[in-house]
Design a protein around this ligand. Sequence first.
Ligand SMILES: [Zn+2]
Length: 596
Amino acid sequence: MSVITEVKQRLDIVEFVSEYVTLQKTGRNFKGLCPFHSEKHPSFFVFPEQQSWHCFGACGTGGDIFSFIMKREGIDFGQALRLLAQRGGITLSPLEAPSKAEDEKKERLFQINDAATEYYHHLLSSTKAGEVARSYLARRKVMPETIKEFRLGFSPDAWETIKNYLLGKDYTEKELVEAGLIIEKEEGGSYDRFRNRLLYPICDIQGRVTGFGARVLDDSLPKYINSPQTPVFDKSSSLYGIDKAKSAIRKKNLVIIVEGYMDVLTAHQHGWQNVVGSMGTSLTEKQVQGIKRLTNNITLALDADLAGEEATLRGKAILAYSNAEANVILLPPGKDPDQVIGEEPALWQKLVEQAMPILDFAFQSVISKVDINKARDKSLAVQKLLPSIYEIKDPTQKFHYVEKLARALKIETSAVEAALQKLKTAGKRPQPRKPPEQARLARQFVSSSIEERCLALLLQYRELRPLAQELSPEHFESTENREVFVKWQHSSDMPDLESELDTSLLEHLYYLVNKNFPPAIRESERTRHRDLAQCILRLQEKLSRKLETEKEATLEIEREKGGISSELSKLEEQGIKSGQQLQEVFVKQRKKPGIQ
Ligand SMILES: [Zn+2]
C-alpha cells in the first residue's frame, strides 16, 4: 500500500478540515465558510463519502486532503505528505522523509564530492605522480575518452592531499569527514581516506557524485575500498555507471548488470551503454528498485563458479521486489565480462542473446546438485526454489514453475501447491485499520487507470504536450497522478521533472514512464494522438459528472432548509443589511406555507 493511500485511510477529511473551518452538517455532507476566499455564506463543502472538498464560490475548485493542506498552508506535496503522515502516526521511509536542512546538507556534500572528483581527475591526467595510474589504465585498454567521461581519478601516496586542497576551498574538516574523504584520528587530527589508489567516482542517476570506489595500484590489501555510508552514499542502493547508462537502458528496454568497475568501463567502450555495475555485492532490493524505474528487463552476468547460489539468491531478490524479467548470462569459467567483451565481442553478443530466465537457471543448478531419489534432497530442493516461485506475480508463469518443480522432483503438483499455500499463510500481513469501501476502491481503480494512461502518453511522447492544455490538475482524482501532472506542466524535460518531484513519487513516475503501450500506439503518431484525445475526453466527462453530483447534493440541502438562509444571503449580497429589512424578510418567510 502506498503511503498516500495509508494517509487517506487513517485520516478522516471531515475531522481534519474541521480544525481549520467550522463545519456544519447538511444532509450527508458538511459545509462551512471557504478558508480560501472571503465570504459570508458557506459555499465550501466537504464530502465524507468521496473524502473530498469543493468550493462552489469564488474558488470553484476542490480536491482531497492533500490538496486541502497544500493550499491552506502553502506547502508543497512533500511537506504535506510528511505533515499528514505524522498526524496519522505513519512512519515514512528515509526516501519519503528528507527535511529541508538535510537537503541543504546533502547539497553541500555533493559539492564536496564534485570538487574532490575534479581534483583527483586532475591528479590522474596531468601530474607526474599520476603516471602509475595512467599506465595501469593503458594496460587495461581504457581509452582517454572513457577516463574523461567517467572522471576517473588518482589519489597520491600521501596523507593530506585532498584534505588540504578542500580545506583551501572553504570546506570544514567536519564536512570532509562527513563526506567520507578524510578519517578522524582518535588522538585528534585527520588524514586522507584514499591513498595511492585509482578512483572510480560513483554517481547517482542524476550524475551527482555520491562516493568513490578505490582500487590499489600495487599488491597491497584490501584491493578495493569504498566511501563509507554517508548522507548521500549508500553502497547497497548504488549502481556504478547508472547515470551514463540510463538512456541506453530505456532505449533498449534492457539493463545488463556486471560486477566490476572495469567491466562497466569496457562495456561502455564497446558500445554496450546499457551496462551497470553492482560493485561486487549481491544485487540488493534497493538496486533492483532503482533499475525498475528504467526497465523491467534485467540480465545478470554471473561468474560461472558462483552462479548457482547467486542465481537463487538474486533471483529471489529480483522477483520479490519487482515484476522484472530477469535473465542470466553464464560467463566462461575464469573469465569476467571485461575480458569477454574486450577479447571476444562476438561471444559476448551471443551470450547476451542467449541469456536464460533466472529461474530456469536456478532450477537447473539446484536440481543438478541433489539426488532426487532421496526424500531429504527433494525437500531441500523445494526449500531452495519455492520462495522464488512464491514471488512470481503472473499466475500462468507461477503454474509453469510449480509444474516444472513437480516434474523435476517426481512429486505431485498438488504437493508443491500445498507447500506454496503454507508459505502464503505464513507471510500474511495484518489488515489495515479502516477497511476501505470496495465499491469506492473499484471506481477509483478504473478512473485512475485512465489517468495513468493519459499521463504515461504525455510523459513518453513529447509531441503530445499541446493537447494537455485542456487538462487541469482537478481532472486527476488520484493524489499521485495529480502531483505528477502538476510538476510535469512546469518542467521542460525528464531530468527537470525528476528533480522537481518529491522523492516519494519518483517510483510512481518511473512506473508511468515505463508503462507499456500496444504496437499501434508505439508506431503511429496519429493513433497516439487519438488515444490521448479519448483519454482527455473521458477525464473531462468524469470531472463534470462529479461536479454535478456534488452540486446537486448542495442544492438539495438548500431546498430542504426552506430557503430562508438563501433568501437572506441574496439580500445581503444586494447590500440590504439593516435590522428593519432583515425583520421584514423573516416575516415574509414565515408567511410562506409549510415553513415553521
Ligand atoms: Zn472558496
